[in-house]
Design a protein around this ligand. Structure first.
Ligand SMILES: Cc1ncc(COP(=O)(O)O)c(C=O)c1O
Length: 393
């Protein structure tokens, strides 16, 4: 073997634990409650729109930063739902999923040595995205307070410095289900303005809200319009995680130019026919989003009732489609060992808590389940998890 030819940057992180758990699940023929994807179909109209786009000749490259129809539909929806007026020609970049929109954004705005504040626990891509962009992640804890999570404003202030380039927000939050309040976003926005920093906000679960909670976009807060990059995606709201359509919206035109430049050389563009179908999705009536949230409230309650019955000490999510939970004593006091046991012996696969922390020790007490599933799947999960009783200590 010759010397290690990989870059020092690529060795700063490992493969995704979440996606690895899907592979482990498949080895055990388990029920995959690890990676967050629906096991039900997207709306019929969307599939028909995608088929029509293929028949109508949308089979070559779209404009690099997104089909005009999709960008217009995105601008309309960002106006009525997020409360921000955007120009589809100047402010929007369509990318291959929120995943690519996020990394293209970071590549566009981060210089070597810049610091990026990330609330922890965090969706695991933000760490590697920052490192690939040669930035330095600075972690700020979200503390559990009863059934909600919040940060300490003084601790957040201490994390900001002259080196801070951006802060990453994710609301509703994966993995905890936290929904950031207006007041919390105001604190973050004020610090961004004081320290001349950007807010990069990831909002793929913006319509999955429970118990009357409301989604706020930091882009709509006073002074934050041109300081914010909003990343979002078709994946969760329209149940099409495999379509790989996402976008970044930045009102600062220089930032949009930078994101488009990074995106152009990373992927050229997202699938053209699916972008046409996405434009149909973005124009669904408001009732679609209400029904989506109602459907997820039922799924959340089903998942929580199963976990309650089986002795899990869970944290009730306010939004998104995950539940973070402590696990019952079956002889394992390690998130990874418990997850492997659950996958191999019980046939239900979660994500070990370490996937959401920069220091694996911090995730040790937790695992995460995804619940975008059909009633039949929940019935099987209940049946399989009931086997835990014979392992309980
Ligand atoms: C918080 C968060 N951001 C981004 C993504 C990635 O979404 P996409 O499918 O649009 O790449 C996910 C997927 O699970 C997520 O949970």
């Amino acid at each position: 073997m010759g010397k290690d030819q990989t870059s020092s940057r690529i060795n700063l992180f490992t493969e995704s634990i979440i996606r690895e758990m899907t592979r482990i699940n498949n080895m055990h023929d388990g029920i995959n409650l690890a990676q967050g994807f629906p096991d039900f179909d997207p709306p019929r109209e969307l599939i028909d729109a995608a088929k029509a786009a293929l028949d109508d000749g949308y089979n070559q490259y779209a404009i690099t930063w997104g089909s005009p129809r999709l960008r217009e539909a995105l601008a309309e929806k960002f106006g009525w739902y997020n409360g921000v007026t955007v120009d589809p020609n100047k402010h929007i970049t369509v990318a291959c999923g929120g995943t690519e929109a996020m990394v293209s954004t970071m590549l566009a705005v981060i210089d070597p040595g810049d610091e990026v504040i990330i609330f922890e626990p965090f969706y695991e891509n933000y760490g590697p995205d920052t490192l690939l962009s040669q930035g330095t992640p600075v972690y700020v804890q979200l503390y559990q307070q009863g059934d909600s999570f919040t940060f300490d404003p003084d601790e957040l202030r201490r994390a900001f410095s002259k080196k801070t380039k951006a802060i990453v927000i994710n609301t509703p939050h994966n993995p905890t289900g936290k929904v950031y309040s207006y007041d919390e976003l105001k604190i973050i926005g004020d610090l961004c303005q004081e320290y001349d920093a950007l807010a990069i906000t990831d909002e793929p679960y913006e319509h999955i809200l429970f118990d009357g909670d409301v989604h706020h976009s930091i882009a709509s807060l006073p002074g934050m319009g041109t300081r914010t990059i909003t990343v979002n995606s078709l994946s969760k709201t329209y149940s099409v995680t495999g379509w790989r359509i996402g976008w970044a919206i930045a009102l600062d035109e220089k930032i949009t130019t930078g994101i488009r430049r990074a995106h152009d050389f990373v992927t050229v563009g997202a699938a053209a026919p699916l972008q046409e179908a996405a434009a149909v999705a973005l124009r669904f009536p408001k009732s679609y989003y209400e029904e989506l949230a109602q459907g997820y409230a039922v799924r959340r309650d089903t998942m929580l009732s199963i976990l309650g019955e089986m002795g899990f000490d869970y944290i009730t999510p306010r939004g998104a489609y995950y539940v973070m939970t402590r696990y019952p004593d079956c002889g394992y006091d390690d998130d990874n060992e418990f997850s492997m046991f659950l996958s191999s012996k019980i046939g239900v696969t979660p994500v070990p808590g370490r996937a959401f922390y920069h220091d694996p020790k911090m995730g040790k007490p937790y695992i995460r389940f995804a619940f975008p599933k059909r009633p039949e799947t929940f019935a099987k999960v209940r049946e399989r998890l009931s086997k835990l009783a014979s392992y309980r200590r």
